[in-house]
Design a protein around this ligand. Structure first.
Ligand SMILES: [Zn+2]
Length: 114
Protein backbone atom coordinates (compact mmCIF):
# COMPACT_ATOMS: atom_id res chain seq x y z
CA UNK A 1 0.00 0.00 0.00
CA UNK A 2 1.28 3.42 -0.91
CA UNK A 3 1.16 6.14 1.68
CA UNK A 4 2.06 9.74 1.16
CA UNK A 5 5.75 10.19 1.89
CA UNK A 6 6.16 6.85 3.53
CA UNK A 7 8.62 4.15 2.74
CA UNK A 8 6.76 1.27 1.21
CA UNK A 9 9.19 -1.62 1.59
CA UNK A 10 12.24 -0.79 -0.49
CA UNK A 11 10.74 2.18 -2.29
CA UNK A 12 10.54 5.88 -1.55
CA UNK A 13 7.08 7.00 -2.49
CA UNK A 14 6.39 10.56 -3.52
CA UNK A 15 3.01 11.70 -4.72
CA UNK A 16 2.21 15.09 -6.23
CA UNK A 17 1.10 16.57 -2.93
CA UNK A 18 4.42 15.84 -1.31
CA UNK A 19 6.38 16.99 -4.34
CA UNK A 20 4.55 20.33 -4.26
CA UNK A 21 5.10 20.82 -0.54
CA UNK A 22 8.78 20.03 -0.79
CA UNK A 23 9.41 22.96 -3.11
CA UNK A 24 8.54 25.47 -0.42
CA UNK A 25 9.46 23.55 2.72
CA UNK A 26 13.16 23.20 3.53
CA UNK A 27 12.38 20.81 6.40
CA UNK A 28 10.46 18.43 4.18
CA UNK A 29 13.11 18.65 1.49
CA UNK A 30 15.93 17.94 3.95
CA UNK A 31 13.99 15.02 5.44
CA UNK A 32 13.22 13.60 2.03
CA UNK A 33 16.83 13.80 0.87
CA UNK A 34 17.93 12.11 4.05
CA UNK A 35 15.47 9.26 3.53
CA UNK A 36 16.47 8.81 -0.09
CA UNK A 37 20.16 8.65 0.79
CA UNK A 38 19.52 6.36 3.73
CA UNK A 39 17.55 3.88 1.65
CA UNK A 40 20.27 3.87 -1.01
CA UNK A 41 22.88 3.22 1.64
CA UNK A 42 20.81 0.55 3.37
CA UNK A 43 20.38 -1.27 0.08
CA UNK A 44 24.13 -1.25 -0.40
CA UNK A 45 24.62 -2.86 2.98
CA UNK A 46 21.77 -5.32 2.64
CA UNK A 47 18.25 -4.01 3.22
CA UNK A 48 16.25 -6.42 5.33
CA UNK A 49 12.78 -6.19 6.84
CA UNK A 50 14.39 -5.30 10.14
CA UNK A 51 15.68 -2.19 8.44
CA UNK A 52 12.24 -0.98 7.37
CA UNK A 53 11.75 2.57 8.56
CA UNK A 54 9.54 3.40 11.51
CA UNK A 55 9.03 7.04 10.48
CA UNK A 56 7.60 9.12 7.66
CA UNK A 57 9.11 12.07 5.86
CA UNK A 58 6.64 14.30 7.72
CA UNK A 59 7.77 13.05 11.11
CA UNK A 60 11.38 13.74 10.20
CA UNK A 61 10.50 17.21 8.93
CA UNK A 62 8.80 17.90 12.29
CA UNK A 63 11.85 16.64 14.15
CA UNK A 64 14.07 19.00 12.15
CA UNK A 65 11.72 21.91 12.74
CA UNK A 66 11.48 21.30 16.48
CA UNK A 67 15.16 20.71 17.20
CA UNK A 68 16.80 23.97 18.20
CA UNK A 69 20.29 22.76 19.03
CA UNK A 70 22.71 20.32 17.44
CA UNK A 71 22.22 16.96 19.15
CA UNK A 72 25.94 16.25 18.95
CA UNK A 73 27.75 19.47 19.92
CA UNK A 74 24.88 21.62 21.22
CA UNK A 75 25.38 24.63 18.96
CA UNK A 76 22.22 26.57 18.08
CA UNK A 77 20.71 25.67 14.72
CA UNK A 78 19.64 28.40 12.33
CA UNK A 79 16.74 28.44 9.96
CA UNK A 80 16.75 31.29 7.48
CA UNK A 81 13.14 32.04 6.66
CA UNK A 82 13.95 34.43 3.84
CA UNK A 83 16.48 32.28 2.04
CA UNK A 84 14.61 29.11 3.04
CA UNK A 85 17.84 27.50 4.17
CA UNK A 86 18.67 25.35 7.17
CA UNK A 87 22.16 24.82 8.58
CA UNK A 88 21.31 21.39 9.98
CA UNK A 89 20.79 17.87 8.75
CA UNK A 90 19.66 14.48 9.94
CA UNK A 91 22.25 11.83 10.71
CA UNK A 92 22.35 8.25 11.91
CA UNK A 93 23.81 7.84 15.38
CA UNK A 94 25.18 4.45 14.37
CA UNK A 95 26.05 4.64 10.66
CA UNK A 96 24.26 2.22 8.33
CA UNK A 97 27.68 0.90 7.31
CA UNK A 98 28.27 -0.11 10.95
CA UNK A 99 24.94 -1.91 11.20
CA UNK A 100 22.84 1.10 12.22
CA UNK A 101 19.13 0.81 11.49
CA UNK A 102 16.68 3.12 9.75
CA UNK A 103 14.80 3.75 12.98
CA UNK A 104 13.73 6.82 14.92
CA UNK A 105 15.97 5.99 17.85
CA UNK A 106 19.01 5.88 15.56
CA UNK A 107 18.49 9.43 14.30
CA UNK A 108 19.60 12.83 15.43
CA UNK A 109 19.69 16.38 14.11
CA UNK A 110 23.19 17.81 13.79
CA UNK A 111 24.74 21.08 12.67
CA UNK A 112 26.58 21.51 9.39
CA UNK A 113 29.95 21.20 11.14
CA UNK A 114 29.09 17.87 12.78
ZN1 LIG B 1 27.15 20.17 15.96
Amino acid sequence: MIKNGLISKKKVVVDNTLAGKMKSDIFLRTAFNFITNSVAEAKKFGFTDKNDMDFTVFELAEKLKNTKNCQKCGVELNYDDQKNTLDAHLAHIIPISDGGKLKKDNLRVVCAAC
